[in-house]
Design a protein. Structure first.
Length: 118
């Protein structure tokens, strides 16, 4: 069988953000990462992630481009601690903990995201 030219891997996820510096600082804060990385071309920030990457991009931002449903989830080993952590950071949480397993929240630009216990 001839190999396919497209791999069954996700390289990175782009998140549309209105202000690249503010978004970098916010995401780095909630993920416990240093916010000292370089902003590329004035509109891109590559998050130093484990596994699938995240790129914050202010060039693609518009109200229409914000995520209305989570396109992925961040992992946690303790959903209750993660919920309390996000609540303490005054993050807009949009669901309660569902099925003792996950909850949704919004970033400062209104992108809907998820945290899920793995």
């Amino acid at each position: 069988m001839k190999p396919k030219p497209i791999l069954n891997q996700i390289g990175t996820v782009f998140i549309p953000v209105s202000n690249i510096q503010r978004a970098r600082d916010w995401y780095c804060d909630i993920l416990g990462l240093p916010a000292d990385g370089e902003i590329l071309f004035g509109h891109l920030y590559i998050m130093p992630m484990k596994g699938t990457g995240i790129v914050l991009d202010s060039k693609i931002f518009s109200e229409e481009n914000t995520y209305k449903a989570p396109p992925f989830h961040f992992n946690t080993t303790n959903i209750k601690q993660a919920y309390q952590y996000m609540n303490n950071k005054n993050v807009e949480i949009t669901t309660k903990i569902e099925n003792n397993h996950w909850f949704n929240f919004k970033d400062p630009d209104g992108n809907h995201l998820m945290i899920c216990q793995c």
